[in-house]
Structure formats: C-alpha cells, structure tokens
Design a protein around this ligand. Sequence first.
Ligand code: ADP
Length: 422
Amino acid sequence: MLLGAIADDLTGATDLALMLARNGMKTVQYIGVPPEGADFGDAEAVVVALKSRTIAAGEAVELSLASARALLAGGVEQIVFKYCSTFDSTDEGNIGPVAEALLELLEAPIAVACSAFPAAGRSIYMGHLFVGQVLLSESPMKDHPLTPMHDANLVRVLQRQSQGKVGLVPLAVIEQGADAVRAALEAARQSGHRLMIADAVRDEDLRVLGAALEDARLITGGSGIAMGLPDNFRKQGRIGTTQLPVRMAAPAGRAVVLAGSCSVATQGQVAAAIAAGCPALRIVPLDIASNTQTAAAIAEWVIASAGGQPPLVYSTADAEAVKAVQQQLGRDRAGTLVEHLLAEVSVILRDRGFSRFIVAGGETSGAVVEALGARALQIGPEIAPGVPWTRSVGGADLALALKSGNFGAPDFFVTAWDMLDD
Ligand code: ADP
C-alpha cells in the first residue's frame, strides 16, 4: 500500500477513488474508520470515507486521526485529506482543524490545500475559487443547505478555521514547474506557514503540483489534487497501469433512485427523470416532522411502482423552499430528518429485494450507505466525471452509484443503469 486518503464525505471518497483508479492505481474504498489490523489486500491506494464534513470539528479530527493511524499501520507513505472541490465548510471547521491535526500526526512541516478541479469547472486563481465563470460566493454554493459559502477567498476561509498561518502558492509559481513550487513551499515553511492554498486553473497545474509533492507526507484538496500523484509511484517503478472497467456486473434485484441533494444539478436530474416517465415521490421535511410521511409508507410506494423506469424518491427542492423549511425546523434538524428517512427507506427496500441504488447527495449517500451496512466498495465504470458505479464488499451485495450533488448530466438518473450487466 502506497497511498492512503481520508475523505470528509462518501461521494467525495468515491470521486477520489475513481481519480486514483483512472490513473492506474489498484484502489479500494473503505466506509468509516478501518478496523485495527484491517486487511487491505493488494490495494495500492485505500480511500477511507468519513462523514465528517459537518460534524463538530473535534469529532472530525478524532475520526481523521484514527483513519490516518490505520492507514499508516497498513504501510502508506503519503496521506491525502480530501474535501469538496467547492471547499464546503463553515468558519468553525472542519478543513483547517483536520489538516492541522494530520500535519502534527505525520510530523510534516507544511501542506498544500488545493480544491481545484478544472474538468468540473472548479478553478483557483489568486486564492479565489471560481465555480464555472463565477466566484464561489456567487455560485449556487451560497445557498447550500449545510455549508453555505459566502467568501471565495480560500486563504481567508481556511485562515478563519486554522491556528497556523495560511498562505498562497500563486499560479505564476506553479507555471514555472515543480521545482519552483517546492522552493515556494520551503520559503513558506521558513516564514512560519502551515497550510498553503495553491492556485490551479488547468489539469496541467494539478500535475505540476502532484510532481512537486512527491515527497510530501500530507496533501490536502479535492480529487483533482490526486491527479498527478500516481505518476510519482509509476516513475519509481512501484505501480503498473490497472485499467478501469467500462461495464459492471450487478447483483440481481430491483433498482431505485434516492435523491437528498438540493444542488442545481440534482434539481435538473429530478426534473429530467420525471419528464422521462420515472414514477416519482416527493419527500417534504415538514411532513416527516409531523409523521405524515413515514419510511414504511414511502418504501411501500416504491415497491408498488413495478415495471418501467426505476422509481425516484426525492427531497430535492430549490433554495427558497430549503430556506423556508430551515426557518421552521432548523438547518441541522431538517437535514437529519431527510437523511434518516432516506436511510430507513433504503434498508426496507434492501430487505425487500432491491440491490441497485442511485443515491444523490454526499451527506445523503453517507447516511444511506451506513444504514445499508456496506463496509468497502470496489470501484467500477465511470458514469460521469467523479461518479463511478461501485459494488459493495462485505454486507449485502449491492450496486451503488453515489452522486455528489453537483455532479452528473441531466439524464444521470435515467441512463446510469445502462452500464450494469445482470
Ligand atoms: P449535496 O451533495 O448536494 O451537498 P447533501 O446530501 O450532502 O447534498 O446535502 C444536502 C442536505 O440537505 C442533506 O442534509 C439533506 O438531508 C438536506 N435536505 C434535503 N432536502 C431538503 C429539503 N427539502 N429541505 C431542507 N433540507 C434538505
């Protein structure tokens, strides 16, 4: 095992595992902290998926440190701390506290923080994160139900969460190549910096960063930051090139889509699935709170929707509706109600013969997969950038597509099934 990663949510972990697998590393994804003495088989990279993005910072630190210790015991040389490409976090954490705790554990002097993912429209220039053509703070992320992002200056955002000094490796340095980046990091270390936001606007910038970080013990960022890392091991002759499959065998059983993301992309996918004729049931947080909508009743509706397209259960709503619900129930309670309900529905369906699930939403996927009891995931074919089909290892045999809210084309819920074989 060469590379270990800790991701702060499940779909982010899957996204990173796909990035490593696409770049030729044998990759396995673990769900939750790996148990002591975990057998990682012949994996060259292991990605641990936590659900630590929006929990208390202290708890996120503890889970991340426990994961890092398990990965180090498995022999990893380098650790990637993966968070969202839109830097999803609040001023209370958790990116800064976790990164600083990992620096200490690994006895590393400094780490890069780069969430850029140009292929998905996330670029960083002068420390400012752009989503497509607009600043993060003007993008739909300003309305995220749990981590609304109101500041696009990542140096400022990360500094508010960190004890140590946060600085910037500007694009002009990255364009000079890996040696210049290494020199800039050394100078930053000498001036007392602990975390460095790195600019990146093209894949090439991420590859330069990857090469510059060959010897780094800790690297933090989005899945893009891992793009250049497998090449370091390949140049050393320590890994080959494992090809990503183009189709996946799936266990027999029925299929369902569960959507708990309110992202603009998911709103479009829900609308497209309904337009394509998927039977669809909308979940309303206030109805869950008043017990008018229950997991048992929803599951019965899904089971009764036999034939045709796989049914869709969704809580997806636009920013205005989300705000209204949050004012009544509170942000966390509204989120938890929906997550628990969808998790409960998934368990009933699994017990009634459903084995193929598309789940939309990072937090939502975390809740559903935890309830389903999957312990590890094999990475299958890529449905959309950042989203593979996966098959669970340990627990029930399931085909799972876990979609981060922002990802995927409008027809995702309708066409993803085509890549599965019986
Ligand atoms: P994404 O990947 O788009 O960020 P997540 O699942 O991570 O999606 O986060 C969405 C959060 O919003 C979850 O906690 C979910 O339970 C909550 N949520 C879903 N639907 C609603 C709704 N209609 N009103 C309020 N909160 C909601």
